[in-house]
Design a protein around this ligand. Structure first.
Ligand SMILES: [Zn+2]
Length: 64
């Protein structure tokens, strides 16, 4: 759980684990939502990167 108080974001005991789970999910999204001729392989007809791929890319960047 990610907590926010008057001092800002507070790391809970599970925060690191939740970020890690988020990055695993994001990595799975990035594997599926690939560039197929400038179109997303999953989101039929949508330009690549689709919203899911873009959000997943940002989530993966949290781990760095
Ligand atoms: Zn997509």
């Amino acid at each position: 759980m990610i907590l926010v108080d008057r001092n800002g974001v507070v790391a809970s005991d599970t925060m690191i684990g939740e970020i890690e789970q988020l990055t695993y999910l994001a990595a799975a999204v990035l594997i599926a939502h690939t560039d197929e001729g400038r179109r997303c392989a999953v989101c039929s007809g949508k330009a690549f990167p689709c919203l899911a791929a873009e959000l997943a890319r940002q989530a993966v960047a949290l781990r760095r």
